[in-house]
Design a protein around this ligand. Structure first.
Ligand code: 3HC
Length: 287
């Protein structure tokens, strides 16, 4: 399969990053958001990140302009119909993911590669909605997508070897490395990462240590680039809560249960960096 056009569903934190790496790799990209306001915000995020890449010396100005020119935004799912690869990166909600896959599944070409960027939802619960489960697989990008080198490939029960090989070749064409996981809750990365993030919240919740000390402990003591509370703010408290809910309901094991403080913060609208406040304050005042 020769990939020319990539269709991306969702232009949020992950979607806009996926748009960026695909456009930089030379693919024509059509990205769909639910309304003009979300689309505008997503494309602004893309432009901000491309600008940062230029500032950091990772991208030439002319390559930024060429990448931006390859991206078209839409609010119409049918505009993705002639894509060679479709990547869904909408919110971590099983029902909404099934709905969008049913919609795109009806219009997209049979030979297209169909990928979800889900971070924890079992592929088998989404695959039937696509109408083409043998061509369906998980391509789980890491945040920040333009910087992190890994994409976790997840195989559904019906994903064929050919689909895996094409998915791997596509990801490598973006300059990224892959690992492969079976369709189990949280796959490899999040079954390790999310309990770690939740454990950090439990320490703060129990008053054992401040968020700053938990982060300092892991950064200086264990050499992680970002402490768990900072990382939680960065990934999004809502996203982490959604993943913890999936792990908890799938494994029925209390160690995966999201801590009450995490839920209270999400209910209060503290989603992390993207909402201006999480455990840390990202407003002008807080900065
Ligand atoms: N485009 C291209 N490159 C960029 C860039 C951009 N927009 N922004 C930064 N970079 C490059 C920089 O040039 C630098 O490259 P260098 O090492 O070659 O000099 C590198 O990225 C690091 O950038 P900075 O030095 O500006 O920033 P920091 O050193 O503060 O690092 C970070 C920022 C990369 C986010 C680092 O803190 C980090 O790795 N944090 C952990 C992130 C992580 O764990 N992500 C995974 C989350 S889990 C996930 O996503 C799964 C999901 O399902 C929950």
């Amino acid at each position: 399969m020769q990939v020319k056009k990539v269709g991306i569903l969702g232009c949020g934190l992950m979607g806009s990053g996926i748009v960026e790496v695909c456009a930089k790799a030379g693919y024509e990209v059509v990205v769909r958001e639910v309304n003009d306001q979300f689309l505008k915000k997503g494309l602004e995020r893309l432009e901000g990140s491309l600008g940062t890449a230029v500032e950091k010396g990772k991208l030439r100005k002319e390559d930024r302009d060429a990448a931006r020119a390859r991206v078209r935004g839409t609010t119409n799912v049918a505009d993705l119909a002639d894509s060679d690869v479709v990547i869904e990166a909408i919110i971590e909600d099983r029902v909404q993911k099934r709905e969008i896959w049913a919609e795109i599944g009806k219009v997209v070409r049979r030979e297209a590669l169909l990928a979800t960027n889900t971070s924890s939802i079992p592929l088998s619960s989404l695959a039937p909605a696509t109408g083409n489960p043998t061509r369906f697989l998980g391509l789980h990008f890491m945040n920040p997508v333009p910087v992190m080198k890994l994409v976790e490939i997840v195989l559904g029960i019906q994903t064929t070897d050919e689909t895996l090989a094409e998915g791997k070749a596509f990801i490598e064409s973006l300059g990224k490395t892959t690992i492969t996981a079976k369709d189990t809750p949280g796959f490899v990365i999040n079954v390790i990462l999310v309990p770690y993030l939740c454990e950090a919240v439990r320490l703060v919740e129990a008053g054992v240590a401040s968020p700053e000390d938990v982060d300092k402990g892991m950064e200086l003591g264990c050499g992680v680039p970002m402490g768990p509370i900072k990382l939680l703010d960065f990934v999004g408290l809502d996203t982490t809560l959604a993943i913890a809910e999936v792990l908890s309901s799938e494994f029925k094991d209390p160690r995966y249960a999201p801590p009450p403080l995490l839920r209270r913060m999400v209910e209060s609208g503290f989603m992390g960096k993207k909402s201006g406040r999480g455990f840390y304050d990202y407003s002008k005042k807080g900065k």
